[in-house]
Write a protein that binds this ligand. Sequence first.
Ligand SMILES: [Zn+2]
Length: 53
Amino acid sequence: MKPNALWHSKNKMPKNATTQQRIKWHLAHQRNCGCREIPEKLKEEIKKRETKN
Ligand SMILES: [Zn+2]
C-alpha cells in the first residue's frame, strides 16, 4: 500500500510520545494509511486498555 504522505505530513508522531499518544497515532494511522503495521508491543497495550474500559 502506498503511504498517505499528506496524512503523514499533517500527523507527525511527537518525538517523546507517550504510549497513549502512540496508540492514538497508530489507530488514526491505520484508518488513513497502511504503510506500517502497529508494533506487537503496542497492540498488547491497546488490548490491555480495551479490557480495562
Ligand atoms: Zn503511513
